[in-house]
Design a protein around this ligand. Structure first.
Ligand code: HEM
Length: 510
């Protein structure tokens, strides 16, 4: 028997050796044809891409949102492509996004497999924990919990406004200390927004110079580095063995270990004084520990590991996003001083100088609100949203989308759609005002996404953006450094689309 197999194998090798050209042809034909066959029947059209690789490499090093927007101009508002082996549908239009993620949200709310997050957020059974990349019952329960508790500790209540105002005061004091010297605002803004999350979750803020806080900041920055390479690994996890990827993962591993250590130390302290009842709850960690205790003995998804993963998600998702938007906001004010002057005039009119801004001011400040809306639209910090995945076949835009398809709502295309935003390339806050000068909510303005996965930090982020942005402009004139007249509006893609580093002077207003 063994002899037969061995000789068959030898014969096969001999055949392959003498027919090498034919073999190569057969393999290539098989790959190419399998690729063509693979686009599912009834699926939207799209670029052919390369066998096995699909269109993934066309995206490397590019602004993915702009690239996929261009493809949409060729193939239509809904099209498909392969991201490596993953069949993917891209939606470039807000009406289709609403249909997919709101009306058919039941089948489109899942996250696809994501190697990098799997590496850091899966439990010992391989089940994804956290909020941003988990699925099913665990995701539903924790998303609901996060939304409710962020609201209690962080949203819509006077208490969070006080916390944000306290942080805004610290920020303004720091800016005063620069005495008009040039400053790169990134580190300061990053510290401010991290402290807002820390005060909601741990019930305390850090001193900006606290070594633990500096490490926390650094670890978060390291996690958001090399995101192109991270994207690659999600589709080809086997590449993690290549030195270039394994080096990157080693750095990320270290950053995650550092971040976990800081979070765990806070969780540990809270566990020592875990609350017995609602009245004892001081912050998010207390609320979770109490909920975990109340659910003990049931098939609860509330575990200590999941507590760590979910608060880690809140720190990661809630820091760079708000910081980056504020950085863009200040940059747009440097670029368009006439907008800055109008915002400052409105601040002087409605708030004056004697107190910090609060959310109640917003209704009387339509131009400032429109400016923040326009910053969010043009800055477009999460160009490709986070990926979703179908859990059943759906019909969308006249096409059939099979189960297990990755769906991307291309926010770049949506926020720059001339149907909803005429001359989208122009920064024009007035587009968000009606003829009476009142703020109007444009239905296509969805920087926080739409549907069941819509950003649960939206309300918190809106309070932070309003109070920090108006607080800074109320107290400082911001100016470009000498010799710079036209700042670059270019950016670089990490976890979010970040303005390139820039300097500004903050001069106390008279
Ligand atoms: C300007 C600020 C922000 C922007 C533009 C933003 C945008 C987004 C976007 C586009 C998503 C993906 C939604 C989807 O998959 O459809 C998302 C998800 C998420 N965001 Fe935000 N976000 C911001 C601030 C925050 C803040 C302050 C927090 C919390 C403290 C937060 C927590 C989260 C979480 C946990 C998710 C995952 C939700 C889930 O998978 O169910 N975000 N955000």
């Amino acid at each position: 028997m063994v002899g037969t197999v061995a000789s068959a194998f030898a014969q096969l090798l001999q055949f392959l050796g003498s027919n090498i050209v034919s073999v190569v042809l057969v393999v290539v034909t098989a790959l190419v044809s399998s690729y063509y066959v693979k686009r599912p029947r009834g699926a939207p059209p799209g670029p052919r891409g390369w066998p096995v690789l699909g269109s993934l490499f066309s995206l490397v090093g590019k602004h993915g949102g702009r690239y996929l927007k261009q493809l949409g101009e060729q193939y239509g508002p809904i099209f498909s492509l392969y991201m490596g082996p993953q069949f993917t549908v891209v939606v470039n239009d807000v009406e289709l996004a609403r249909e997919a993620f709101l009306n058919q949200g039941e089948h489109t709310a899942a996250r696809p497999f994501h190697y990098v997050m799997q590496r850091y957020e899966a439990d010992e059974r391989g089940v994804m924990n956290g909020i941003g990349f988990s699925n099913g019952k665990l995701w539903k329960e924790h998303r609901k919990f996060a939304l409710t508790k962020l609201r209690e500790f962080g949203m819509g209540k006077v208490s969070i406004e006080n916390k944000i105002q306290e942080e805004a005061s610290a920020c303004l004091a720091h800016l005063s200390n620069t005495k008009g010297e040039p400053l790169d605002p990134q580190a300061l803004l990053s510290s401010c927004v991290l402290n807002v999350i820390a005060s909601i979750i741990f019930g305390a803020r850090y001193d900006y110079a606290d070594p633990a806080f500096l490490r926390l900041n650094n670890d978060i920055n390291a996690i958001f580095h090399d995101t192109d390479a991270q994207g690659m690994l999600n589709f080809y996890p086997a590449m993690r063995h290549l030195p270039v990827f394994s080096r990157m993962l080693k750095k990320m591993d270290a950053a995650y270990v550092g971040l976990n250590k800081e979070l765990q130390s806070n969780i540990g302290e809270h566990e020592e004084q875990a609350p017995e009842e609602e009245g004892d709850v001081r912050d998010y960690l207390d609320a979770y520990l109490l909920a975990q205790r109340q659910r003990a003995g049931t098939d609860s998804t509330f575990t200590t590991f999941q507590l760590l993963m979910s608060v880690r998600d809140l720190f990661l998702a809630g820091s760079h996003t708000v910081m980056t938007t504020l950085r863009w906001g200040l940059l747009f004010m440097l670029k368009y001083p006439h907008v800055l002057r109008r915002v400052q005039a409105e601040i002087d009119d409605v708030i004056g100088r004697g107190r910090l801004p609060c959310m109640a001011d917003q209704d009387s400040m339509p131009y400032t609100r429109a400016t923040i809306a326009e910053v969010q639209r043009v800055a477009d910090i999460v160009p490709l949203n986070l990926p979703h995945c179908t859990t059943a076949e759906i019909q969308l835009g006249g096409y059939v989308i099979p189960a297990s398809t990755m769906i991307i709502a291309n926010l770049t295309a949506i926020l720059n759609d001339p149907k909803h935003f005429p001359e989208p390339e122009k920064f024009r806050p007035e587009r968000h005002l009606d003829e009476r000068g009142d703020f109007v909510q444009n239905e296509a303005l969805i920087p926080f996404s739409i549907g069941r996965r819509v950003c649960p930090g939206e309300a918190l982020a809106r309070v932070e953006l309003f109070i920090f942005f108006t607080g800074i402009l109320q107290n400082f004139d911001i100016r470009l450094p000498d010799g710079v007249t036209d700042p670059s509006m270019d950016g670089n893609l990490g976890f979010v689309w970040m303005a390139n580093p820039y300097l500004l002077h903050c001069v106390a207003r008279q």
